[in-house]
Design a protein around this ligand. Structure first.
Ligand code: GTP
Ligand code: MG
Length: 625
C-alpha cells in the first residue's frame, strides 16, 4: 500500500448529492441545496478508508457532459482530464448518480469511461428510490457498464459504508482498471448515441414503479401555475419580511439591552482617570460592534426562510416562474439563482453566475447582482426604519415596518431589472437569450441538519465580520472621532475638533444636496469595507458626541437628529450605492478585467446620488421634514 494520498474526484450531473457525499466523507459543511448548480468551485477535503488508505477527495460542480459549456463545467472537465493547473489526474473517478433519475448521469458515465481512469458508480439517494418502488439490478447494471456499482444515502449516518468498502476494493485493483485516455469532445450526435445506449441499459437494469410519484406533480400544478404560482411567490416573500420584523424584535431588544448594560458596566467599573480607555471600550468597541451584532436575529430568520425553501426544492420553481419576467428585462432564466443568492451576499451570487454559459448573459447578471439587497444592508435598513417608521399595523394586521422593508427589497429587484433592460438595449440589442433549461428537482422534506448547518455558517460569517472588519474599522473611527482632543476652553462637543469632523466637514458640501450631514459623511467611507460599518460608525460618532447620555439607543438619537427627508435619502442611497469593496474585487476577478469593476462602481454611485437627490428634494417639496 502506498503512503501517498489517493486522489478521488466526485463527478456527476447537478443535484445528485455530490456535495452531500463530500460532507459525509470528510466531515465538512459545504453548501448543499435542492437545486442544480449549487457548487461552482472545486473544494477539497480528506478522509481515511477502512483499510487505511488516505484519500484526498474533490467536490466538483455538477455537469451533464465534459464539453465544458459554462465556467463551472470547465472546472469539472479540467480536473477530470488533468488539465487543471497544479492538479494531477484523479486516481479514481467517483461518478455520482441520483438513483431516481439515472438517465442523464448514465450518459455522462459512458462519456467518462473514455478517459480511461478507474471508476466507481455510486447510486446515491437510494433511500428515495426504494421508497418509490424503483428497483435496480445492480449486477446487471455493473455488467452492462463494465464498471463497479454501489449505492449510498449521503444524508444518512452509515449511508456511505458500502461506498468506502468498494473504494478500497477498486483501489486494490486500480492498475487493471486503467486505460489510455480516448476522450474527445463529443458532438451532438455522439451525445444522442450515448443517450440511446444509456436508455437501453436503464431498460435492461431498472424497473420503475407502476405508480409514479405524483406528489411533486400535484404540488407543481399549483406552484407553477402562471397566476397562482406568482401569487404564492409574492406571498412567501411578504410573509418572510413580516417575520423578519415581528419575530426578531424580542431577541434584538434583549441583545441591545445587554450591550447597553455591558457598556454602562465598563463605564462604572473603570476609574474616572482612565477616561480614554473607558471611551474606547464603551463607545468604540461595545457600542460600535454591539450595534451590528444586534441584527443577528434578523439575519437568522431571513436565512431560515431561504434555506427551508432551497432544501424543499422550491427555488428552482421560483426561477421557472420568474423566467418570463426576467426575460423581458433581457436576463437569462439561469440568472435567477445567482440573483437570489445575492440576497445573502453579492459575492457568492456573482460566483454562482458561473453556471450561465453565455458570456453576455453572465456579465449582465454580474453587473446587477450588487443591486440585490444583501444581508449587510439589513442593519442599515432596520436601524433607519425602526427610528423613523412607527411600528403600527396597516389594516390591522400588516406590520408597517415590515412593509417598508419589503418595499426596499422590491426597489432593489426592480432597479436590477431596469438596469439589465437598459444594458441590453444599449450594449447588446442583437442578442437573444438562449432558451432556459433547468431540471426541476423533486420536492424533498427539508433536512433539519443541513438547515442548522446553513444557519450556523451564516451566523458564523456574520459574527466573524463583526469581530474582524467591523471591529478594526471601529477602532479607526473611534480614534478619528476622539483625536485631536478639544483645546482648553473650547465650546460644544469635543468631537467637533476631531479628525472625523474635519473629514466629515470636507465632504459635507458634496453630500448636502442629498441631505446628508457630516456625521453621515464620516460613516460612509469606512462603510466601504462592509456596509454594516456605517451603522456602527454612526453609533460611535453619536455616542462620543452625546457624552454623558451616550447610553441612549442609537435609533432614538437618529430620530432626534435627522429629518425624515434625510432618513429616506439615506435608505435610497443604500439601495444603490457601491458600498462594498470586496464585491468590486470579486467582479474584477470573475470578469477578468478591471473595466467592469469600474463600470459597476461608477454606474451604482451615479444611480445612488441621483436617486437620493430626487428623494430628498421630493420629500422636502412634499413638506416631509
Ligand atoms: N433523501 C436523500 N436526499 C439526499 C441524498 N443525497 C443528497 N440529498 C439531497 O439532495 C439535494 C442535493 O444535494 P447536493 O449535495 O447539494 O447535490 P450536488 O450534487 O452537490 O449538487 P450541485 O452542486 O448543484 O451539482 C439536497 O437537498 C440533499 O439534502 C440522499 O442520499 N438521500
Ligand atoms: Mg454540490
Amino acid at each position: 500500500m502506498t503512503t501517498a494520498s489517493l486522489r478521488l474526484a466526485l463527478v456527476g450531473a447537478p443535484n445528485t448529492g455530490k456535495t452531500s457525499l463530500f460532507n459525509r466523507l470528510t466531515g465538512s459543511t459545504q453548501k448543499v441545496a435542492n437545486y442544480p448548480g449549487v457548487t461552482v468551485e472545486r473544494k477539497s477535503g480528506s478522509f481515511t478508508t477502512p483499510e487505511g488508505r488516505s484519500v484526498t477527495v474533490l467536490d466538483l460542480p455538477g455537469t451533464y457532459s465534459l464539453r465544458g459549456r459554462s465556467p463551472d463545467e470547465e472546472i469539472t472537465r479540467d480536473i477530470v482530464l488533468g488539465r487543471f493547473d497544479g492538479e494531477a489526474v484523479p486516481d479514481l473517478v467517483l461518478c455520482v448518480a441520483d438513483a431516481t433519475n439515472l438517465r442523464l448521469t448514465l450518459r455522462l458515465v459512458l462519456e467518462l469511461k473514455r478517459i480511461g481512469r478507474p471508476m466507481l458508480l455510486v447510486l446515491n439517494m437510494i433511500d428515495i428510490a426504494k421508497r418509490r418502488g424503483v428497483t435496480i439490478d445492480l449486477e446487471r447494471l455493473s455488467q452492462e457498464l463494465a464498471l463497479p456499482v454501489t449505492t449510498a444515502v449521503a444524508v444518512r449516518k452509515g449511508g456511505v459504508d458500502d461506498l468506502l468498502k468498494r473504494t478500497d476494493e477498486v483501489m486494490a485493483r486500480a492498475q487493471e482498471a486503467q486505460a489510455a485516455n480516448q476522450w474527445t469532445a463529443p458532438s451532438i450526435s455522439d451525445l444522442k448515441a450515448a443517450q440511446r445506449e444509456a436508455d437501453r441499459i436503464i431498460a435492461a437494469a431498472v424497473t420503475l414503479p407502476t405508480k409514479p410519484d405524483t406528489l411533486t406533480n400535484r404540488i407543481d400544478a399549483v406552484v407553477l401555475h402562471p397566476v397562482w404560482g406568482l401569487i404564492i411567490l409574492a406571498l412567501i416573500l411578504f410573509v418572510m419580511f413580516q417575520a423578519v420584523f415581528s419575530w426578531a424584535q424580542p431577541a434584538m431588544e434583549l441583545l441591545s439591552d445587554s450591550f447597553s448594560t455591558l457598556g454602562q458596566w465598563v463605564h462604572d467599573v473603570l476609574p474616572e482617570s482612565w477616561g480614554l480607555l473607558q471611551s474606547f471600550l464603551q463607545n468604540g468597541v461595545i457600542s460600535g460592534v454591539g450595534s451590528v451584532i444586534v441584527f443577528l436575529p434578523q439575519i437568522i430568520i431571513i436565512f431560515l426562510f431561504i434555506l427551508l425553501l432551497e432544501d424543499f426544492g422550491y427555488m428552482a420553481r421560483a426561477a421557472f416562474l420568474m423566467d418570463r419576467i426576467m426575460g423581458g428585462a433581457g436576463l437569462h432564466g439561469r440568472a435567477f439563482i445567482p440573483l437570489l443568492s445575492s440576497f445573502a451576499c453579492a459575492i457568492p451570487g456573482i460566483m454562482s453566475t458561473r453556471v450561465i454559459d453565455n458570456p453576455r448573459d453572465r456579465l449582465t447578471t454580474i453587473l446587477i447582482a450588487p443591486l440585490m439587497t444583501c444581508s449587510a444592508r439589513i442593519p442599515v435598513y432596520t436601524l433607519i426604519i425602526s427610528a423613523f417608521v412607527p411600528a403600527t399595523r396597516v389594516w390591522g394586521w400588516i406590520n408597517l415596518q415590515g412593509l417598508v422593508m419589503f418595499g426596499l427589497y422590491a426597489a432593489g429587484i426592480t432597479s436590477a431589472l431596469t438596469v439589465s433592460a437598459i444594458a441590453k438595449f444599449f450594449l447588446w440589442r442583437d442578442h437573444a437569450p438562449a432558451p432556459f433549461m433547468l431540471e426541476l428537482p423533486d420536492y424533498k422534506v427539508p433536512r433539519l441538519r443541513s438547515i442548522a448547518i446553513g444557519i450556523f455558517n451564516r451566523a458564523k460569517a456574520f459574527l466573524y465580520r463583526a469581530g474582524t472588519t467591523i471591529l478594526s474599522m471601529m477602532v479607526l473611527i473611534w480614534f478619528l472621532a476622539s483625536f485631536p482632543t478639544a483645546p482648553v476652553g473650547a465650546e460644544g462637543p469635543a468631537i467637533n475638533y476631531s479628525f472625523a469632523a474635519m473629514i466629515g466637514h470636507a465632504l459635507e458640501p458634496l453630500l448636502r444636496p442629498i441631505g446628508f450631514n457630516w456625521q453621515i459623511a464620516v460613516a460612509l467611507i469606512p462603510g466601504m469595507a462592509a456596509r454594516e460599518v456605517a451603522v456602527a460608525a454612526l453609533g460611535t460618532v453619536y455616542s462620543i458626541e452625546g457624552g454623558k447620555e451616550a447610553a441612549e439607543q442609537i435609533g432614538q438619537v437618529l430620530a432626534q437628529k435627522w429629518t425624515l427627508a434625510t432618513a429616506l435619502s439615506l435608505l435610497v442611497w443604500y439601495i444603490f450605492a457601491p458600498q462594498c469593496a470586496s464585491t468590486l474585487a470579486v467582479i474584477r476577478r470573475e470578469t477578468g478585467s478591471a473595466k467592469w469593476m469600474v463600470v459597476t462602481f461608477v454606474y451604482m454611485l451615479a444611480l445612488a446620488y441621483v436617486a437620493s437627490l430626487l428623494t430628498f428634494n421630493l420629500a422636502r417639496a412634499l413638506g416631509i421634514n
